[in-house]
Design a protein around this ligand. Structure first.
Ligand code: TGC
Ligand code: FAD
Length: 392
């Protein structure tokens, strides 16, 4: 029996860079994940079902829109606090972090940043409490990495916009109460609007049979002549930079979140390797195991420092989109590689649900694709270096 006490790695004493408030918040989220997520998540993942009751609990915990000002129901926290929350949630499961990412960065952030005062007051407090679930519709069946070519359209009518098109691969689609949807107007300009469940012509089929993020709901948003009232459009934003600004916030959260999945895999592997004996010795005593563990710890440490520094820059409003891309790309690949190495250290046990490693590994196969694929983030860095874009 492998001991179950979690020892999060902190080889470079990064904790000393966190404020007392950030540490307290992290402690509260860590306790909640241990108490409410860890005991149910493996079964939920095996059953391909999202433990939806956790949304309300996350609302009570204050992890939905933690950086949104308190007057709109948020916690008014800084960006590093948001980061450490994401790390702890993803230590539980990427799907749980996804739920918080979408709600916070992709639904609450645009409503706060681009919405009217009426929209803010109407939606943000309920989203913060987890009384309302939000979704973000950017990707389409034929436009993933290239959302600028989207074909979902709005047509302006007397007192409403007529919305037609479809969004695919949408987290929480089939359970959302509202969706922030990006569509082109008659002039080809991208606009954002809030679509509510119950609007006629909206259907939200669920996507089944995923091998990844099984404890998270994914689906489609299909719009067939949906009449969206004029007051539901964001007045303050035009063009692709609107959704991309939301993605900056979500990608930032993922750069921190992926570290949580990696830490859980690393910690599991260390404990297993110390207790599992072969050839009359713990497998931790073999150089090949030590090489794996040493590389894992080194990469986790580098990712921690990258995320922390990015958080400082975000707090100072100095982080560039290219810096965020680099951190998302680096930290997600790091986590995926740590998960794969941990799986190997656990041998056959690594493929079972008795340990969290294979679940993290499969989840991370989505995380490396969504919020901009690994390749797209490389090209963003390439453009940043050379000044020449290589997407088109
Ligand atoms: P491009 O011409 O480069 O830019 C269009 C306009 O946007 C501005 N911009 C940005 N603004 C803010 N933040 C950024 N990161 C920005 N990147 C670009 C740019 O300055 C320009 O502004 P303006 O004023 O001149 O109009 O656009 P492009 O069409 O060439 O595309 C660039 C590219 C490929 C980088 C972009 O399309 C991209 O990032 N593609 C990846 C798509 C993506 O990440 N999709 C994610 C969907 S949501 C999701 O996956 C949620 S997962 C949920 C979960 O966690 O469960
Ligand atoms: P494609 O764009 O078709 O890419 C396929 C391959 O081609 C990739 O390897 C890609 O890197 C590569 N490629 C594409 N263009 C280039 C290029 N110019 N140069 C080099 N290589 C290139 N979207 C939302 O809007 N909201 C959500 O809530 C949401 N949740 C998601 C949840 C899950 C579980 C998943 C898996 C996806 C989710 N997405 C969501 C969609 C996600 O953002 C897209 O899957 C992603 O942007 C990639 O698009 P695609 O899958 O169409 O791949």
């Amino acid at each position: 029996m492998v001991s179950s006490i979690y020892h999060p790695p902190d080889h470079f004493l990064v904790d000393e860079l966190l404020s007392r408030e950030q540490l307290t918040i992290r402690g509260a989220v860590r306790d909640w994940v241990n108490r409410e997520v860890k005991p149910v998540i493996e079964e939920a993942s095996q059953q391909h079902s999202f433990p939806v009751h956790l949304v309300r609990e996350m609302g009570e915990l204050g992890v939905m829109g933690p950086f949104i000002p308190q007057e709109y129901g948020g916690a008014g926290l800084d960006q590093i606090a948001y980061g450490v929350i994401m790390t702890e949630l993803e230590r539980g499961d990427s799907g749980i972090r996804s739920a918080a990412s979408v709600q916070s960065s992709l639904v609450m952030y645009p409503i706060f940043r681009f919405g009217s005062e009426e929209q803010r007051r109407r939606y943000l407090p309920k989203l913060a409490k987890g009384e309302m679930i939000g979704a973000f519709g950017l990707t389409e069946p034929d436009h993933g990495s290239d959302p600028g070519s989207m074909i979902t359209r709005i047509e302006e009518k007397k007192d409403h916009f007529l919305l037609n098109g479809a969004k695919m691969w949408i987290t929480n689609a089939s359970i959302c109460d509202i969706a922030v949807v990006w569509a082109k107007d008659e002039t080809g300009e991208i606009r954002g609007l809030i679509v509510e469940r119950g609007m006629e012509g909206l259907t939200t089929p669920e996507t089944h049979n995923k091998w990844s993020l099984r404890a998270s709901v994914t689906g489609e948003l299909v719009f067939n002549d949906v009449r969206v009232p004029k007051e539901n459009i964001f007045p303050g934003i035009y063009g692709l930079k609107g959704p991309l600004m939301c993605l900056n916030s979500a990608r930032y959260g993922i750069a921190w979140g992926a570290i949580g999945a990696a830490m859980d895999c690393y910690d599991t592997a260390v404990r297993y390797a110390k207790e599992r004996k072969q050839f009359r010795k713990p497998i931790a005593a073999f150089q090949l195991t030590q090489e794996k563990l040493a590389r894992m710890l080194t990469e986790i440490t580098k990712a921690q420092l990258l995320a922390w520094r990015l958080g400082v820059l975000r707090n100072e409003d100095r982080a560039t989109a290219a810096q965020i891309s680099m951190a998302k790309r680096n930290n997600v690949l790091m986590a995926l590689e740590v998960a794969r190495e941990a799986r190997q250290i656990l041998g056959a046990m690594g493929i079972t649900g008795d340990f969290p490693v294979m679940r993290h590994m499969m989840n991370l196969e989505s995380v490396i694709t969504y919020e901009g694929t690994h390749e797209i983030h490389l090209l963003i860095t390439g453009e940043d270096i050379t000044g020449m874009e290589a997407f088109h």
